[in-house]
Design a protein around this ligand. Structure first.
Ligand code: AMP
Length: 579
């Protein structure tokens, strides 16, 4: 059955240009082209069709003025998907429209979903507001909010201060926790568990090292187990994550807690595709995947994503940085809209907020102050001012002075530099590994394993290794090239000083890095580190240069990469950095 909706030209152009190629809508919406009016044919139950019609009417009422003004300025015809510069909301609107339409069409014939698995322990219920506030303050100053509108906000669950408070009803989870010997939940776990077990969507602003993986995995196990379906016909939980290394690490964590014998697997590009296909076909419960390869298997109808009811978008900011947004959108179209969704991100830039708006439903947010390096005040941070051509002698000097138990992760900007530096080291008889996205997957895994196991104590890597990698005994970070933005600096430095150990970070800064100086100073200050005089002078010189540039170029403050001055503005300079 189908119904036909009339579209005016402007909306038609918009739909054809942006929605169709992006989302391959042909199965559900057929758009017929006309000159001034176009038609959209919507398939599905009559209730679904009615709902879609209402939504499109709403959208046209909301959006058409924006499109018309766009057309007047002559923007419309040049604005495809990449035209979102002229219409900041366009991408958002398109994904929302698409998401809503699919929500209605797809939810009509799906089995019911169970999300509530939480019974608040007495000791948790008894906490007073003051006690809760005090606890949050003492635990990394953790901040929790309901993202619903003012006036509609729900009460936020009290934290579970012990494992038992969260999982008393789930003895198998408790057994596993006892087996690994953890003593208490990390702050994000304490706050995320009651929210997730209550069935709410959650955004966790936290970086690796905070215990975020278990924060979403354990409620996920309970959720998958709690569904009342005879045969799921595919995996129940999906974790999307930016890099293969992170996927493997999450999978290791997943297997460690092997709940009810659930089978988990990793799907990532570069790995043995046929092997992955065979595992999928043999049936899995939990999939941890990078978006590219998963989308490939989805397109080829090898994996069924419709059975997924618990979805995690891990390190969403990183996935966007790596350009995975189109694949993520396509993957999510196949996943039922009434699922439970968790998103983690180390930062909260506009792109991540947009993802959250489009794909999470009334989420709560838990924020563990990650970008505040005070949280990593166990790392001593040193900055050295050098010329580009002196860098090699600095790094070799550093290596000569290493103690036998030291382990250093050296960060460089480009793949070729990682190869160049590591082969120089090899030639000098040093035992070294290198890690970057240009290597075969098996080599990447071996490099990391050698470094983790201590067979190799020097790893030269691109920012592929700046996040997520959990090697607990790295003693030194050596920033051979300054990272592309200050967030990445924080992530790199956070690779050491883990689990209460102390660490040292050495950063080489050249004249070319001057735009980072104003952003580095507050990071050092907050972590109680010494701020070198030269860095202050460099920052002043840069600020002066920026002011002068703005004075001479009236548009200087606009989209030219100046603006907020944030590192992410440096995307166009991305040629200097690779993963
Ligand atoms: P993540 O932030 O998820 O990458 O976790 C970082 C490390 O902390 C992993 O090695 C975890 O196994 C470990 N971890 C997770 N939860 C806890 C906990 N409650 N207590 C101690 N360590 C933990």
């Amino acid at each position: 059955s189908s119904c036909v909706l009339g579209f005016d030209l402007v909306l038609k152009m918009y739909v054809i240009e942006t929605l169709c190629p992006l989302f391959n809508l042909s199965g559900f919406l057929q758009i017929k082209r006309g000159d001034y009016e176009s038609e959209v044919v919507v398939f599905g139950s009559s209730a679904a069709q009615q709902k879609v019609k209402e939504m499109i009417d709403d959208l046209m009422a909301d959006g058409s003025s924006q499109f018309r003004s766009g057309m007047k300025k002559g923007f419309l015809y040049s604005s495809g998907y990449g035209g979102s510069k002229q219409f900041p909301d366009q991408k958002c609107l398109s994904s929302n429209l698409c998401f809503l339409i699919f929500s209605i069409l797809k939810s009509s014939d799906l089995p019911p979903l169970k999300k509530k698995f939480y019974t608040e322990a007495k000791s948790v219920a008894m906490l007073t507001t003051e006690e809760v506030d005090e606890w949050r303050k003492e635990n990394n100053n953790i901040f929790v909010d309901d993202l619903k509108e003012e006036g509609e906000k729900r009460s936020i669950p009290n934290p579970c201060r012990t494992f038992l408070e969260a999982f008393e009803l789930y003895p198998e989870i408790m057994d596993n926790i006892h087996r690994v010997g953890f003593t208490k939940p990390t702050p994000i776990q304490s706050q995320a568990w009651p929210v997730l077990l209550s069935g709410e969507d959650l955004i966790g602003i936290a970086q690796t090292g905070t215990g975020k993986t278990l924060a979403y995995l354990l409620p996920g196990f309970i959720h998958v187990d709690g569904q009342i379906v005879a045969e799921r016909g595919g995996p129940g939980m999906l974790v999307l994550t930016p890099t293969r290394e992170l996927a493997l690490q999450i999978e290791a964590e997943c297997s460690k807690y092997s709940y009810k014998g659930y089978k988990s697997m990793c799907i990532y590009g570069g790995g043995d595709r046929r092997g992955q296909v065979n595992v999928v076909k043999s049936g899995v419960d939990i999939v941890i995947a990078t978006p590219g390869r998963l989308h490939d298997l989805q397109m080829n109808e090898i994996i069924n994503l419709r059975s997924i009811t618990y979805l995690v978008l891990d390190e969403a900011d990183r996935m966007l940085d790596m350009g995975f947004e189109p694949q993520i959108m396509k993957i999510l179209l196949d996943i039922r809209p009434d699922r439970q969704t968790v998103m983690t991100s180390a930062t909260w830039p506009p792109g991540v907020r947009r993802l959250a708006r489009s794909y999470l439903k009334d989420p709560m947010m838990v924020y563990v102050g990650t970008l505040d390096l005070a949280a990593v005040n166990t790392v001593k941070q040193t900055v050295l001012f050098v010329h580009e051509e002196e860098k090699k002698s600095y790094v070799f000097d550093f290596i000569r002075n290493m103690e036998p138990q030291d382990k250093v992760l050296i960060f460089v900007g480009k793949k070729i530099m990682a190869d160049d530096l590591s082969s120089d080291m090899c030639l000098q008889g040093l035992i070294v590994q290198s890690l970057h996205g240009g290597h075969e997957q098996c080599d990447r895994e071996e490099a990391l394993k050698d470094f983790k196991d201590g067979r190799v104590r020097i790893l030269v890597a691109t920012d592929l290794a700046s996040r997520g990698l959990d090697v607990f005994d790295i003693t030194h970070i050596f920033n051979y090239d300054f990272p592309r933005n200050i967030e990445e600096y924080v992530h790199r430095v956070g690779r050491t000083g883990r689990a209460g150990r102390s660490g040292i970070a050495v950063t080489l800064v050249t004249r070319e890095n001057w735009r980072m100086a104003p952003e580095l100073i507050p990071i050092l200050e907050r972590a109680g580190q010494e701020v070198p005089e030269e860095l202050v002078l460099m920052a002043e010189r840069y600020e002066k240069h920026k002011r002068e540039k703005e004075m001479y170029s009236p548009r200087g403050g606009g989209g030219g990469g100046g603006g907020g001055g944030r590192g992410r503005g440096g995307r166009d300079r991305g040629r200097n950095w690779e993963f």
